[in-house]
Ligand binder design. Structure first.
Ligand code: HEM
Length: 130
């Protein structure tokens, strides 16, 4: 199976797990005080829904969709706006892969490698706008 199909199926299993996004943000916020500060005034219920779509956009881009949505995310996360330093995406990926491991009960080693490749491709677009 190719990387993006592996990731789509794994993501489907994660989204079917009710606490997936709660656990992702708990892990991500715990990973650094800088990240906690960035989300200090955020409505986290809304943020979880936004992230659900945001991850889908990363996957769709890796499947060949144009980069329009990711360039917009790059703008909102850039130095001039949210000021999300490129290094913080490593913590984001670590937290996401850890959470996937906790919620995808059919996860195989090859799925994790596929996730890494798919996420990095889109995150490179977002970081390039910093
Ligand atoms: C807002 C997705 C990485 C911090 C958002 C939004 C989306 C999103 C869809 C709402 C729309 C927008 O503002 O453009 C993503 C995706 C990421 C990512 C897909 C990974 C590729 C990060 C990282 C941080 C971060 C690493 C670091 C702290 C924030 C903050 C907001 C935000 C602070 C605004 C929250 C608020 O409205 O109070 N993100 N994000 N994001 N993101 Fe990200």
């Amino acid at each position: 199976m190719n990387d993006t199909n592996r990731v789509m199926q794994s993501y489907g299993r994660c989204c079917a797990s009710p606490r997936f996004f709660d656990d992702f943000y708990a892990t991500f916020l715990a990973s650094s005080p800088t990240i906690r500060e960035k989300f200090a005034r955020t409505d986290m219920t809304a943020q979880k829904q936004l992230l659900r779509a945001g991850i889908l956009n990363l996957v769709l881009f890796a499947r060949g969709m144009p980069d329009t949505k990711l360039r917009a995310l790059g703008q909102s996360h850039s130095r001039a706006q949210l000021d999300i330093h490129p290094e913080l995406y490593d913590l984001w990926i670590d937290a996401l892969l850890k959470t996937i491991g906790q919620h995808d009960e059919d996860l195989q080693q090859a799925d994790l490698q596929a996730w890494r490749a798919v996420l990095n491709k889109g995150i490179d677009v977002i970081k390039a706008a910093y």
